[in-house]
Design a protein around this ligand. Sequence first.
Ligand SMILES: CC(C)(COP(=O)(O)OP(=O)(O)OC[C@H]1O[C@@H](n2cnc3c(N)ncnc32)[C@H](O)[C@@H]1OP(=O)(O)O)[C@@H](O)C(=O)NCCC(=O)NCCS
Length: 180
Amino acid sequence: MNNPPIRLIDPIPDLYQTFMRYREAFGCSTENYRLGALRFTPQDNFADAVAASLAARSQHDNLPEDITPHSIFWLVNQSDQMLGHVALRHELNEALTIFGGHIGYSVHPDHRNKGYATYMVKQMIPLAMCMNITRLLISCDVDNIASNKVIQKCGGILENTLTIPDRPVPLNRYWIDIEQ
Ligand SMILES: CC(C)(COP(=O)(O)OP(=O)(O)OC[C@H]1O[C@@H](n2cnc3c(N)ncnc32)[C@H](O)[C@@H]1OP(=O)(O)O)[C@@H](O)C(=O)NCCC(=O)NCCS
């Protein structure tokens, strides 16, 4: 059977090169906590970082205090080139309830406006349903036009716009209701 043109996969150590190119496309060659793609610094072993990411799907123990269990997936094409990432947080903590929400995502700058972020967020809805999550919170800066559109295309309903100390741009908070 042919591979589909794009697909979401679990993080795997084999994709180190394309992961690094992906990160560099965002100008984050040394650290990348910002995008949520993977907690990995040059001091870390990549395979260990991937294993830790997969372990974060099921465990509470050994996670940093500010992190809840979550599932990260990478969007790849037929050549296994990394095009995007999506993270589903299985539960919210206080900080995520304000900023962050259940889902985070990014798409490589060369591959935007092709519907990839919308595809990824939509794929998280049945997964969340399996986890008995009844509504998904997604937040984004008011001036992030593409992300606001993605959330709206996925059924997000704006709850409010918050001004958060130390953040220059107010934040839109949306909920996607999941039919159970
Ligand atoms: C936000 C982001 C994930 C969107 O990814 P994407 O794959 O390009 O998104 P999609 O193609 O699914 O949808 C983008 C929508 O925004 C629209 N859009 C993009 N830039 C726009 C602009 N400047 N003005 C108006 N609409 C714009 C697109 O036309 C599309 O809408 P449409 O389908 O109605 O035409 C991507 O821009 C990104 O990675 N940004 C940096 C990280 C980030 O902001 N992550 C989200 C944090 S909340």
